[in-house]
Design a protein around this ligand. Structure first.
Ligand code: SF4
Length: 216
């Protein structure tokens, strides 16, 4: 589908143990097939500069791990937390600030039900938390059942007023926004205040994500 430049090809051959390369067919169709400098393509296709490291660079550039009272939960600001639900994404962005934990299968970061339970327990015994942003990885790669289980548990915590989902799925895999998913999300509508889609601007900005957002 894409004609790789020499540099892109060399980077892919070196890419073992680094952030995976994965692009959905839909999103790949929006990338320029032959121009390696195409802005959207630069966000998705690995180049050899990705392997350059300076001593000042951190694998955790936002210092999220040091603000995590339990694994997978970032509590930096008093009234809100970032709930890291999964290490899987529909695409892997070359600018990712969580490359240390997404697409990794070395077991350092797990996203098990046990880890979720510890995060839910922390939120339940911390009444100052009003706002929970589900992130990852991408929460919308979870099955409808697993996502509903998490939403229903969080919804039962009386002091949680806002549930938000941060996701690239409406933009990179709009087919995932099925009638069944929207029906399930609507059940939590009064508590689920926002679905936060992450857009990268493209010369070929597609209409399909806009239709999906209207559907939601
Ligand atoms: S979807 Fe988000 S978490 Fe996943 S690779 Fe892209 S920026 Fe990182």
């Amino acid at each position: 589908m894409l004609q790789l430049s020499d540099d892109e090809r060399a980077a892919l051959q070196r890419s073992r143990n680094s952030l995976p390369n994965a692009i959905t067919p839909y999103y790949a169709s929006l990338l320029d097939r032959s121009d390696a400098s195409h802005p959207l393509r630069r966000t998705m296709v690995m180049v050899s500069q990705e392997f350059e490291r300076t001593p000042e660079e951190s694998i955790d550039p936002l210092s999220e791990d040091s603000d995590s009272p339990v694994p997978g939960l970032v509590h930096r600001y008093p009234d809100r937390v970032l709930f890291l639900t999964t290490g899987t994404c529909p695409v892997y962005c070359r600018y990712c600030t969580r490359a240390r934990m997404v697409g990794s299968h070395d077991g350092t970061y797990e996203f098990s039900t046990g880890q979720w339970e510890r995060a839910i327990d922390y939120i339940a015994r911390t009444p100052v938390i009003r706002d929970v942003l589900l992130s990852g990885g991408d929460p919308l790669v979870l099955s409808d059942d697993r996502l509903e289980w998490l939403l229903s548990r969080l919804r039962k915590i009386p002091h949680v007023e806002f549930l938000r989902i941060g996701s690239k799925v409406p933009v990179v895999l709009p087919q995932r926004i099925t009638p069944a998913l929207t029906k399930m999300l609507k059940k939590y509508h009064s508590g689920l205040r926002t679905l936060v889609p992450f857009f990268s601007r493209s010369r070929r900005m597609a209409s399909r994500p806009m239709m999906v957002m209207a559907f939601l």
